[in-house]
Design a protein around this ligand. Sequence first.
Ligand code: RUQ
Ligand code: CUA
Length: 764
Amino acid sequence: MKPRFKKILSMLLGIGVGVSVAASAWSEPTLQQVMKARGLTQKDLLAAAETYTPTGKRDEYIAFASGGQQGGVMVYGIPSMRILKYIAVFAPEPWQGYGYDDESKAVLAEGKVHGKLITYGDTHHPALSETNGDYDGQYLFINDKSNARLAVIDLKDFETKQIVHNPFFQSDHGGTFVTPNTEYVMEGTQYPAPYGGKYVPLSKFNEKYRGGLTYWKFDRKKGRLDKSQSFVFELPPYSQDLSDAGKLASYGWGFTNSFCSERYVGGDMQGRPPFEAGCSSKDTDYMHVTNWKKAAELVKEGKVQKRRGMYFIPIKQAVKEGLLYLIPEPKSPHGVDVTPDGKYIIVAGKLDSHVSVFSWPKIQKAIKTHDFEGRDPYGIPIIPMKDVLHTQIEVGLGPLHTQFDSKKCIAYTSLYVDSQVVKYDYCKGKVLDKIDIHYNIGHLMTMEGDTEHPDGKYLVALNKLAIDRFNPVGPLHPQNHQLIDISGQKMRLLYDMPVPLGEPHYAQAIKATKLKPLIRYPFGWNARANHKSRWRTRPGRERIVRHGTRVDVYGTVIRSHITPEIIRVNEGDTVSLHFTNLERAEDETHGFAINGQNVQLSIEPGSTVSATFVADRPGVYPYYCTEFCSALHLEMEGYLIVKPKNYKAQTVSLKHGVVYTKADYDKQVATNMKTQAVIDKVVRYITSRNYKDYPQVVSLMEDATDQLNFAKGARKKAEAAAAKGDWQNAMLWANQWWQYQVKTADIGLRAKTYLDQHGAHKIK
Ligand code: RUQ
Ligand code: CUA
């Protein structure tokens, strides 16, 4: 056997070559020895056992956390806290090719703000889609506070499919929150501004600056937000903050709080006291209560006018129709959270040491009986706080956000100033437990914590500061997500996870079993737009098509070559590359990067990905696959040749560095025959088992068959060249035939391993 062949085959079979493990007197350390050496306590060990997830085992929950200024979403498992993915949303991300292929550039371009391409986002609140008040695992939404945008992520492939920009707002913070059947996605403003971003002097703040709340209609069938069916509540220029949608008892309603209802405008350089002084002078701000269900009916009845392509509900109309009310809430509140049964709304005020528990039945009664203490300067009725409060609980300093347990009446609130989480009974108004956090916690989340049926079990503290928790890496510290066990009476800290991304805001966690993502795309799929790509190319149909100065390359990628391998264009041509990944196997993504063109593609099995650029500089540009996809991955390469203008072609044929003889050819053919025997053996092994019960293996077999057909094609060419005595080409094609065989064997062995590991049995 050829030594190289032996090496590759043994590699495929997983047998180490030239590596021998020396026997020694070494034995595994005992648990006691490890504990001593690492200074671990019994408690540490318990926490480790509760989070450690051995290889191959999976997590019970999947968390989706905002990436903050990174502009995306982080996905990790709980309880292991292992990071699984960063989903690119508002910012380019090269690994996923996001922002580097034509398809994702189109998604990013949807989020242009007044014609400007924005390539970052300040993501805050991810929201999982819901059906009947529970997460359904289909979609994820997230907001970009800084640019008033929302994005839709499809959980079939964890890809961003849509970005929308709010045509009214200049910032958003009270989003995204979904109604119980994802009828609407809420998006509240933060900083009051003139609608549409026009110029209005600050002296007209009270009259012309506005806040607002948009209910974006979600078209579940299309998986898109539908601007034309969405509506916007005009709101006073209070700084609206967070929102939450009512559920069960409060279904059909939404709650949005606010700070700076003083409508103060700072101006430190103009000699005015700063915002923070003027914005916290009153004792209370306002919670906004909106009736989205009735608003949707008015829209349906044609009673709402359109502005900027959306339905727009002026304050006057909202008041007249009974869609909008205010309730005073303690000073500078932050979080507003509806309890799982929808009966209470818990508001936490940053500058108040209490959480205020509002009663929905009482609010409803006040609305029905017109129990108002007056109107705000914009004519909105104000419901007296004392009439609708259920209770106020002294919890500690800087309460921000609240999450719920599976146990009735149990809630957890983050205490930013105290750096603690407090557990309490909101029905009885009693504090039950506190735990220290490191440090300055913002949001917190429990498992399925925003649904009608929270799972409890774990809580993650999303902390603003890490300070001394990790090895120092310079003045910019990582963030700290802390995992806490909440299954018992006392909370127990289990794990600290450093996150080298943007500031963590909110996160949601769903049962892992509810997620059913794809393994591969349907053939020729445009994954960003979710439909077949017009540029998809079948194997053997690869071609280069020129129309004037535009050159379309219909290419394919498969282990281990890119077709075409040589692309010749002229200086100044617009080159559009389209690659279809022909693989069906799991995790066989090919990358594509080319020198100097800012193109880096991720071509997942089945997908078709395009990249268009102008070849404005003559030269030679190597391209290659950027994923180590096979033993001959490094050979997955090619050249883009950009010919200078007015270049006179000389006919020079390509010369190969080595001259081959008949003996070389015969030797190669002999190797190929032996390889075929190995392949036949593997195929016999697989087909004698119930491999059809394993979709994974069926697709591997399809891939293997493709490769084998390619091998047959190469063999024909080799034999034709040999018949003519052209030993150069005969040898090269014979080698290519062997390359296809090696790939077939590789795929076959993967299938065999899979069957062995999944307990396949023999069939008669
Ligand atoms: S935020 S730390 Cu939700 Cu944007 Cu509160
Ligand atoms: Cu394909 Cu490396």
